[in-house]
Design a protein around this ligand. Sequence first.
Ligand code: ADP
Ligand code: MG
Length: 312
Amino acid sequence: MNKQLVIALGGNALGNTPDEQKQAVLIAASHIVSLVKDGYKIVIVHGNGPQVGMINLAFELAYKENSNVAAMPFAECSAMSQGYIGFHLQNALQNMFLEQGMTTHVSTAITQVIVDQNDPAFQNPTKPVGLFYSEETAKEIGQERGYTFIEDSGRGFRRVVPSPEPVDIKEKGTIRCLMENGDVVIACGGGGIPVYREDGMLRSVDAVIDKDKAAAKLADVINADTFIVLTAVPRVAVNFGKPDQKWLDRITVDEANRYIEEGHFAPGSMLPKVEAAIKFVKSGPGREAIITSLENAYNAVTEDNGTIICSE
Ligand code: ADP
Ligand code: MG
């Protein structure tokens, strides 16, 4: 049975413009193609911070210029970013498969991630999105559209949205089916589009789900073997950035938890990745997580050359 991998790819690794992104996905694709050639079945989850920011900003600016332009909900901006990034990744990977005479197909699943309406995150929105406004304008927009604004470190007022926990992945069956069919699947982009259940229906909500948490949840519900987080560093370190920094090789969940308690991982960057990795490893027997860089992805999978988190 071929091993099934869910790979989380950082959104900052994708550049800031369509041209930059087209170049960046070529690099990402070249590392992933070697794994596909070796027979691994792969789902890619990409970040979307800069991209959804750009889409949201474009609509905000257009709305400011011309009130005939519709206010675009954040959930819709997330959906657009899944299409935009998915298209580039899909195109780059597909071209590489064609070039190498491979018959592998690539598909992008617009993915809805189910969240709990009673998640405490909805009472305490924390994730800043969009432009900075004066207090007055922020109040106006807030009243008009029901947005929450907070003062952002002296730079003005900025909208914040909640960051709830992923509970389930709506399209998991489709994703699993495509993967088993041998497709490389791009799914849960930007952490997925948050939806909650109401009267048996799914309703979207303006929120941002952490991409690494959503990827770990996806890896769990499609029963993947390995969850891989690709970021800017080849390994996770203790005493990161200090003279006694030490890169970690293979660590158990217990060791990882101890390092968390000791404060080795920065909140908002490495901490959510390690937490997502632990959650996946604990979610079923024989599951492993790897944290490494894009350049090192192939070696990390084939030669255990990255930080591996295992149950014991
Ligand atoms: P991404 O865009 O992939 O989500 P982030 O910048 O959010 O990347 O998080 C990865 C970064 O976390 C690394 O590039 C590194 O600078 C930083 N970092 C913080 N603590 C650690 C640590 N203990 N070990 C390694 N990297 C760390
Ligand atoms: Mg990040």
